[in-house]
Design a protein around this ligand. Structure first.
Ligand SMILES: *[C@@H]1O[C@H](CO)[C@@H](O)[C@H](O)[C@H]1NC(C)=O
Ligand SMILES: *[C@@H]1O[C@H](CO)[C@@H](O)[C@H](O)[C@H]1NC(C)=O
Ligand SMILES: *[C@@H]1O[C@H](CO)[C@@H](O)[C@H](O)[C@H]1NC(C)=O
Ligand SMILES: *[C@@H]1O[C@H](CO)[C@@H](O)[C@H](O)[C@H]1NC(C)=O
Ligand SMILES: *[C@@H]1O[C@H](CO)[C@@H](O)[C@H](O)[C@H]1NC(C)=O
Ligand SMILES: *[C@@H]1O[C@H](CO)[C@@H](O)[C@H](O)[C@H]1NC(C)=O
Length: 550
């Protein structure tokens, strides 16, 4: 065969392969969900309470997907209030319109439905969904969200014999309307009444293990404010994954999960056949609240015995040291075949440093919380829709300073603009005496450092620039700082918030606008065809004539 003909053939084959790959990409599997959100009553912690169910379940059903799947989730709001679901840790790449927070998405009116169209692009790991508006999270409406690796991508541990979602969180005997009224009147959130494990009170949740087998537990703290420590009597917890990153597989006798955080553990049923306590207790509180579930060996006919194992209570150093031990396994795969560690984040210079300090105080005689002195108030229109329709007067870009100002707290709709494809550093500075937990939608970030005291540029000398964990929620200890690096590769309007839910509700949040002048679909998708329109965007047309022509 003449060389030129061979070259032509090779070229054709390559083109076909490329074309096929492009089609396969567009044809990732679809998974369909029809969800009905309703109220119901449950007896919890001695109170007859109104809770939020999804398809009759509390917590709601798990979402299970495989990397790159398309999820079509049709949510019917059968409550008497506007409702939105959001997706903690799901990046919704190029598509902040479906993030499900009020800055990006209009609420689903009572009696109406909205179909979320999500793609879990390039993600694996353990996450959860939750209701983002009106303090609904205090009534439930949350559930597990797991993304499995594609079949040919190696997972750095053998298939477990079972895979459990474990949602732990502090809980109140008062319902969400009562709690919301307390906040609206300008007071702080009271101390919780107890802790729930998968929506149930003491001794009401059972995990059944077969002796000798190993199980995966995907644990998320879905509570409103408390850091929680959990442990299993007589068993070790082997950490394997944190919010989508495979970690060094350290073993722990107990583990701290701060509000909004998720982690996976392997637990081997290697003890004599009986039942054991699954224990969850509050951290850094006085008093300490503790609850138990049961790990039942299938060959056991004996309930749990002995004292309920104690855990750390107020010790901060213990928690900080544990947090520093969480590292990325640089040789394990992530969502793609190439090792996630091949992203040498420590070799890239950051182009900008943003410093964010939380504070608490009164505005007009009411309790508020702030970031760099600004206490966030929602606008009358989702910010993302204001951008799309060029509606003026909804918010001002850079209505929050990129460093603490030291000034008093004031109200505004805070939006901080950053440039697409830059690599930035954010330092969270906590000058208060309680732990903070921060979450960024649309992203995962590298946790490069955390320590006590005031952050200074010299603090960078102690950063972990090699194997810091890549996650979406980070804690900041009292009178301490935490630093993260973020590759800003996801255009959109992204909520950066406190996961202490009363603080989020009363203003400790902002939006990070990741901006480009490009209008290419490669950088950002257009507004979804079925987008709900509200506020100043009500009645607009989402697809002006000729949209598809440019
Ligand atoms: C949702 O559940 C409520 C209460 O059971 C029921 O009345 C309603 O018809 C359901 N809606 C849908 C769309 O299934
Ligand atoms: C509501 O559900 C129907 C199907 O039952 C669907 O066709 C429609 O697009 C949904 N509405 C929205 C706004 O997504
Ligand atoms: C919440 O509880 C209060 C009593 O504390 C009750 O009056 C109110 O009706 C409850 N609200 C809902 C929505 O169940
Ligand atoms: C849970 O069960 C254990 C063992 O039966 C018991 O000691 C403990 O009091 C129970 N806890 C609650 C809150 O009922
Ligand atoms: C890291 O992952 C590899 C699999 O890629 C595994 O063999 C190794 O044991 C893991 N290392 C640690 C320390 O967890
Ligand atoms: C990072 O900055 C340093 C100091 O300015 C410079 O020497 C180095 O070349 C930069 N590295 C990269 C990858 O741009």
């Amino acid at each position: 065969m003449p060389l030129s003909k061979l070259a032509a053939l090779l070229f054709t084959t390559a083109t076909l392969v490329a074309l096929f790959a492009a089609i396969a990409e567009a044809e990732n599997p679809y998974r369909f969900f029809e969800w009905n959100v309703t109220y119901a009553h449950r007896d919890l912690l001695g109170a007859h309470q109104q809770v939020i169910l999804i398809n009759g379940q509390f917590p709601g059903p798990d979402i299970e997907a495989v990397t790159n799947d398309n999820l079509i989730i049709n949510v019917y709001n059968s409550l008497d209030e506007p409702f939105l679901l959001s997706w903690n840790g799901i990046q919704n790449r190029r598509n902040s319109y479906v993030d499900g927070v009020y800055g990006t998405t209009c609420p689903i009116p009572p009696g109406k439905n909205y179909t979320y169209i999500l793609q879990v692009k390039d993600q694996i790991g353990s996450f959860y969904y939750f209701p983002s508006l009106a303090f609904h999270k205090a009534a439930g409406g949350f559930g597990g969200f797991r993304i499995l690796s594609r079949p040919l991508i190696p997972v750095p541990f053998p298939d477990p014999a079972g895979d459990f979602t474990v949602l732990i969180g502090d809980w109140y005997a008062r319902n969400h309307t009562d709690l919301r009224a307390i906040l609206d009147r300008g007071h702080k959130l009271p101390f919780p009444d107890g802790i729930l494990i998968n929506g149930r009170g003491p001794n009401a949740t059972t995990f059944t293990f077969e002796q000798g087998k190993t199980y995966r537990l995907r644990v998320s703290n879905v509570g409103l404010q408390n850091s929680l420590n959990f442990r299993i009597q007589g068993h070790k917890l082997k950490l394997v994954e944190v919010e989508g990153t495979h970690t060094l597989q350290n073993t722990y006798s107990s583990f701290d999960l701060h509000p909004g955080q998720s982690s996976s553990f392997l637990v081997t049923a290697d003890q004599p056949p009986q039942d054991y306590f699954f224990v969850v207790s509050t951290r850094f509180t006085n008093p300490v609240i503790t609850t138990t579930g049961i790990v039942h060996y299938s060959n056991s006919n004996q309930g749990p015995s002995g004292p309920i194992p104690g855990g750390p209570t107020i010790q901060i150093d213990w928690s900080l040291n544990q947090a520093r031990s969480i590292r990325t396994n640089l040789t394990a795969s992530g969502p793609r075949p190439n090792p996630q560690g091949s992203y040498h984040y420590g070799m890239i210079n950051t182009t900008r440093t943003i410093r964010l300090a939380n504070s608490a105080g009164q505005v007009n005689g009411k309790q508020r919380y702030a970031v760099n002195s600004v206490s966030f108030v929602p606008a009358d229109t989702p910010l993302k829709l204001a951008d799309y329709f060029n509606i003026p007067g909804v918010y001002k870009v850079n209505s929050i300073s990129a460093a603490p100002t030291g000034g008093g707290i004031y109200l505004d709709t805070s939006v901080l603009q950053t440039d697409y494809r830059t690599f930035i550093e954010i330092v969270f500075e906590n000058n208060e005496d309680i732990l903070q937990s921060w979450h960024l939608d649309g992203y995962a970030f590298f946790v490069v450092g955390m320590d006590g005291g005031q952050w200074t540029p010299a603090s960078r000398n102690q950063y972990n620039l090699r194997d810091g964990v890549f996650r979406s929620t980070v804690q900041v200890y009292p009178f301490s700082w935490s630093a993260i690096y973020i590759p800003l590769d996801n255009v959109g309007m992204w909520n950066l918030r406190s996961e202490f839910w009363a603080r989020q509700y009363l203003g400790q949040q902002l939006y990070l606008k990741v901006f480009t002048t490009s209008t290419s679909l490669r950088d950002e998708y257009p507004i979804p065809k079925n987008a709900l329109l509200c506020g100043k965007a009500a009645g607009r047309r989402t697809r002006p004539f000729g949209f598809y022509r440019h």
